[in-house]
Write a protein that binds this ligand. Structure first.
Ligand SMILES: *[C@@H]1O[C@H](CO)[C@@H](O)[C@H](O)[C@H]1NC(C)=O
Ligand SMILES: *[C@@H]1O[C@H](CO)[C@@H](O)[C@H](O)[C@H]1NC(C)=O
Ligand SMILES: *[C@@H]1O[C@H](CO)[C@@H](O)[C@H](O)[C@H]1NC(C)=O
Ligand SMILES: *[C@@H]1O[C@H](CO)[C@@H](O)[C@H](O)[C@H]1NC(C)=O
Ligand SMILES: *[C@@H]1O[C@H](CO)[C@@H](O)[C@H](O)[C@H]1NC(C)=O
Length: 342
């Protein structure tokens, strides 16, 4: 049974009654093939239904995992990167649930099993606000916010916007540790990056992830994440999805967070694979600009020094996705910090 749609109405001056749907959660009859992603998630998928930007009705897909040991009273939210989905956090969600956390795993608007749109003003603030409203709708006022890659950049924005609602902040190889455009990356038309996105294949996605995520090596278990992406790139919403990816690239290129790291007021852990070389726009930059970008071995310590009171854990041999390439080491470092005595 679908939750009865709730409406928020206002009597407007013309004496007409103006109603917009209030934020609500749908938890029944969710199809497997959802908004262009036909990939099985490890826990039941729910939909957060809300309106933004000219009262467009949108759905954010998310999973809500209960603690599997005695609850510690805390909630963790896991924010995915641009090439991943919430489901890619499955191993980390299991570890956190075993440590007593309730774990929330959302797909952002434009991504994975959430709504794809022809017209949407993508901003890190908008995605953070959507996520904050999701948490509010399920009654969570405080969360440990854990982000990877684009999700780490968004987690930073989230913590800047809602410092009172972030218990701990964990950034895993976040992007946005430098301002690529200030370092010389030229802006490109979204139509141009859209064309690149539309041309994505298993081979191109794997080649990129092998080089940046896994330091050139490959394990057959990584395949499933490539296939999860390929399924969306070639799925029923491919046109809108690839367009939204192009808008997301524009978003991260034009909306730096690096200048605001000193303003963070949250307890922060940085988990950095030092062999990561991710940099937005590197692919279309001249060689002398490329050479300056994506040096995570330098960026990790530099950003840790900029964030007041932060803790840095470097993995010298790992790339962009330490939680996937070395889950045991990653989770040990994560839990050690989360369990620290404060
Ligand atoms: C979704 O995947 C299932 C197999 O997992 C398949 O049976 C079904 O046809 C797929 N649906 C679409 C629309 O591709
Ligand atoms: C996470 O999900 C992937 C894809 O379904 C699966 O291959 C992997 O075994 C899962 N990992 C854990 C720890 O459950
Ligand atoms: C996303 O999927 C839900 C559930 O099937 C559907 O109600 C909604 O219309 C879809 N959203 C878009 C933008 O297609
Ligand atoms: C965020 O924290 C503030 C301060 O504690 C609180 O007033 C507010 O209700 C919280 N937000 C949500 C959505 O619970
Ligand atoms: C992923 O897709 C590739 C290419 O289509 C295929 O060879 C491989 O078996 C798939 N792997 C998984 C784990 O689904």
């Amino acid at each position: 049974m679908r939750l009865l749609q709730k409406f928020r109405c206002a009597l407007v001056l013309s004496l007409g009654l103006h109603c917009v749907a209030a934020d609500s959660i749908i938890s029944q009859d969710i199809p497997e093939d959802l908004n262009g992603s036909n990939f099985t998630y490890p826990w039941p998928v729910k939909l957060f239904q809300f309106t933004t930007q000219k009262a467009q009705s949108l759905e954010m897909a998310f999973m809500d995992v209960a603690p599997t040991s005695s609850p510690n009273g805390k909630t963790a939210i896991l924010l995915h990167g641009r090439n991943f989905c919430s489901s890619t956090w499955n191993a980390t969600a299991i570890v956190l649930a075993e440590a007593g956390y309730r774990v929330i795993l959302p797909d952002q608007i434009g991504f994975c099993k959430s709504s794809k749109l022809d017209y949407y003003q993508f901003s890190l603030q908008q995605l953070a606000s959507n996520t904050y409203r999701l948490l509010a709708a399920i009654g969570i006022s405080q969360a440990t916010v854990i982000g990877h890659s684009m999700g780490g950049m968004m987690a930073t924005r989230y913590a800047l916007m809602y410092p009172a609602n972030v218990t701990d902040l964990v950034l895993t190889n976040p992007i946005g540790l430098e301002d690529w455009k200030a370092l010389g990356v030229p802006w490109i038309e979204t139509d141009k990056s859209w064309a690149t996105e539309k041309a994505s294949t298993y081979t191109s996605l794997r080649a990129y992830q092998q080089a940046t995520y896994y330091v050139g090596s490959w394990d057959p278990s990584y395949d499933v994440w490539i296939n999860m992406s390929v399924n969306i790139y070639h799925g029923s919403q491919a046109d809108k999805f690839t367009w939204n990816q192009a808008l997301a690239i524009d978003m991260v290129l034009t909306q730096p967070v690096v200048y605001e790291f000193p303003l963070l007021k949250t307890n922060t852990l940085l988990l950095i694979g030092a062999k990561d070389n991710t940099a937005i726009g590197k692919a279309w930059s001249p060689p002398e600009v490329q050479a300056k970008l994506g040096h995570y071995d330098v960026l990790g310590p530099q950003v840790a020094a900029a964030i007041p009171g932060s803790t840095l854990v470097m993995f010298p041999d790992l790339g962009h996705a330490p939680q996937i390439s070395a889950p045991d080491r990653y989770h040990a470092a994560l839990l050690e910090w989360l369990n620290r005595s404060t």
